[in-house]
Design a protein around this ligand. Structure first.
Ligand code: ADP
Length: 633
């Protein structure tokens, strides 16, 4: 077998990130050890599981542990585990590339950020795992052998563009990562990573809760002054979630969060829960402070790990939290499940379902408390995760009311901050019995859309819903607290509170002829042309019929590949606008004409443009408009 080392190049993106690491901008370099220990701990979890599932596997699980070895003379630090190890292919895939989705976006954002602290935050949010080693080392070697395989793999890199991979005949089970420490770090006594006290302190700080022993040779001086070196376990191995809340320090929660989430930021909120009684479990959940880059990609994993009686069972346990809470990270430790529980069993397990119900309620109520106790923190939460939470309005009917309670929306009431539905209702006029909203792609578009004019004039508040998911949930959520949701771009609105009989019938009759003529002329594009009560300064707007889908939703469905019949909308015109009253006079006086027909087309086009919509035939519209303008010169 060839043992020759093959050289590979890092992908361009990985290389850029590595360069950032090598010339590190972090203030806290110690965290590299947390990343390595965390990986080693995961590898031990995996080997335990695998040996459990596959009884024939040739594997040593007699003494799973992590060993940290420092070599002062050669200035190296090695983190060794006897866990699952990696095959050659895995080394290439997992270590040779920073394969995380979002790398490109990260680099783009870094390019746009001038500010160093912001850049650091961005990278932190991304998490660099194994690569963090290059903050303190100018060369890293990794020797690994996967359980069940007979040969091992050595990976070697200075982090400067290339790495080598070599197959080796002899290697112990698991992985050893050796850092050749940078010289400059050695000069700083605080950062002597070959000193066992330094390492012990870092481990205690970041990794104390790791459930496997982390061992290191430590120097001990006895009362007679004799110094001996002995192997000690330097972490307490206490499962954080199993300890009473009162006894866990904030910092321990934070470090635990970083361990399980691979996020470098502190969590926004910690939820520590202990259930006793019919089903017994402990949960330690976290809401991150920053949404991951891939929150809205299809393969985003859910962040809750399942343990049974302190034993790790699986990552991304989908059964424990619904998809719309996929950003929640943490651990759930159930006392009464079987250790060899599978995903199939979980899906039907009644206990899991009860736990899930309880966990969802707890997360939602935590956000609700945050809302009243710390509005700024809540605002931060909603900025990051509101869009995901709103998906729950579609999928989690049982908790709909609760989700609406914790939701907040932009509104015409205040350009600076969002409003809750409760606050909206409190401000509602006495005569108003519905919650008005408009959907669209951006605040500025909907805010300036003609539909909103009369509402603004009358001082009526309108919610401005600009997330794509808003288009969907407003279609399926009928009301909040007995108040119906009503789109101001749909159906009839009657802001004066008059009923059908109170309509301005005289006006209707006056315009009846010209409107019915326009309706036939524009029949390809609109269902109907009618007088509007929602306009004050614009000549016209287009609205959807009450039961039809709005244009954005229609577009979304088409983009998803759904075949839809064309949805025609309604053109509403403002009888008080000189253009519209002028058209009526012209029609009454001269009947139909080519010019009037063109004016009707222009009117329809303008209404579409005003709401930020698209014209069916932009070229035709422009040429009509240009000719008309030419006549005025
Ligand atoms: P992350 O841990 O955030 O996924 P890393 O770059 O630290 O990113 O590691 C990438 C992958 O390499 C891990 O997900 C794991 O599959 C593998 N890996 C890293 N360290 C080890 C190890 N000590 N033993 C086995 N596999 C490892």
């Amino acid at each position: 077998m060839s043992t020759q080392a093959e050289t590979f190049e890092f992908q361009a993106e990985s290389r850029k990130l590595l360069q950032l690491m090598v010339h590190a901008i972090y203030s806290n370099k110690d965290t590299f050890l947390r990343e390595l220990v965390s990986n080693a701990s995961d590898a031990l979890d995996k080997v335990r599981l695998e040996s459990f599932r596959d009884k024939d596997l040739e594997v040593d699980t007699s003494d799973p542990h992590i060993l940290i070895e420092a070599d002062r003379q050669h200035r190296t630090l090695t983190v060794r585990d006897n866990g699952i190890g990696m095959s050659r292919d895995e080394v290439q895939d997992l270590i040779g590339t920073i394969a995380k989705s979002g790398t490109a976006e990260l680099l783009q954002q870094l390019k746009e950020t001038q500010d160093g602290a912001a850049a650091q935050e961005l990278i932190g949010q991304f998490g660099l795992g194994f690569y963090a080693s290059f903050m303190v080392a100018d060369r890293v070697t990794l020797l690994t052998r996967r359980v069940g395989e007979s040969t091992g793999t050595r990976w070697d890199s200075t982090g400067e563009g290339t790495y080598t991979i070599e197959t080796v005949e002899e290697a112990p089970q698991g992985t050893a990562v050796t850092l050749h420490l940078k010289a400059e770090d050695q000069e700083d006594s605080l950062l002597d990573y070959t000193d066992s006290t330094t390492i012990t302190n870092i481990v205690k700080r970041y990794s104390d809760f790791i459930s496997w022993p982390i061992r290191m040779e430590v120097e001990r001086t006895d009362s007679e002054g004799t110094t001996t070196r002995q192997l000690e376990t330097i972490n307490s191995m206490k499962a954080l979630w199993a300890r009473p809340k009162e006894e866990v320090a904030e910092e321990e929660y934070r470090e635990f969060y970083k361990h399980i989430s691979h996020d470098w930021n502190d969590p926004l909120e910690t939820i520590h829960l202990r259930a006793e009684g019919t089903i017994e479990y402990q949960a330690l959940l976290f809401i991150p402070s920053v949404a991951p880059f891939d929150l809205f990609t299809r393969d985003h994993k859910r962040g809750v790990q399942l343990y049974v009686k302190r034993v790790f069972i699986m990552d991304d346990c989908e059964e424990l939290l619904p998809e719309y809470l996929r950003f929640v990270k943490g651990v759930v430790d159930a006392q009464d499940l079987s250790l060899n529980v599978s995903r199939e069993i979980l899906q039907q397990d009644r206990q899991i379902q009860m736990m899930r119900r309880r966990l969802v309620k707890k997360v939602l109520s935590t956000v609700k408390d945050m809302m009243s106790e710390d509005p700024d923190r809540y605002a931060k939460f909603w900025d990051q995760f509101g869009q995901a939470v709103k998906e729950g309005l579609l999928n989690d009917v049982d908790n709909r009311e609760q989700i609406l309670e914790i939701a907040s929306f932009e509104s015409t009431h205040d350009p600076e901050s969002r409003t809750t539905l409760r606050e909206y209702i409190e401000r509602m006029k006495d005569s108003q019995d519905t919650i008005y909203y408009i959907t669209g792609s951006s605040r500025s578009k909907v805010e300036n859309s003609p539909h909103i004019e009369a509402f603004r004039d009358k001082g009526m508040e309108v919610l401005l819903l600009t997330d794509p998911v808003d288009e969907m949930w407003v279609e399926s959520v009928p009301e909040f607290d007995g108040k119906r949701f009503q789109s101001i771009a749909k159906g009839q609105v009657d802001l004066d509170g008059k009923d059908e009989d109170g309509k301005d019938t005289e006006r209707e009759q006056e315009f009846a002829d010209v409107l019915s003529w326009m309706s036939t002329k524009l029949a390809d594009d609109v269902k109907e042309v009618r007088l509007s009560s929602r306009l004050s300064s614009s000549p016209a707007c287009v609205v959807s019929d009450s039961d039809d889908m709005g244009p954005t939703l229609e577009k979304m469905y088409r983009a998803m590949g759904h075949e839809l019949p064309p949805v025609k909308r309604i053109l509403e015109v403002n009888p008080d606008h000189p253009l519209v009253s002028g058209m009526r006079e012209s029609y009454d006086r001269n009947g139909q004409s080519r010019e009037l027909e063109e004016t009707a087309e222009l009117l329809h086009g303008m209404a579409l443009l005003a709401e930020g919509g698209e014209l069916r035939e932009p070229a035709q519209f422009t040429s009509l408009l240009a000719n008309r303008l030419a006549q005025t010169l």
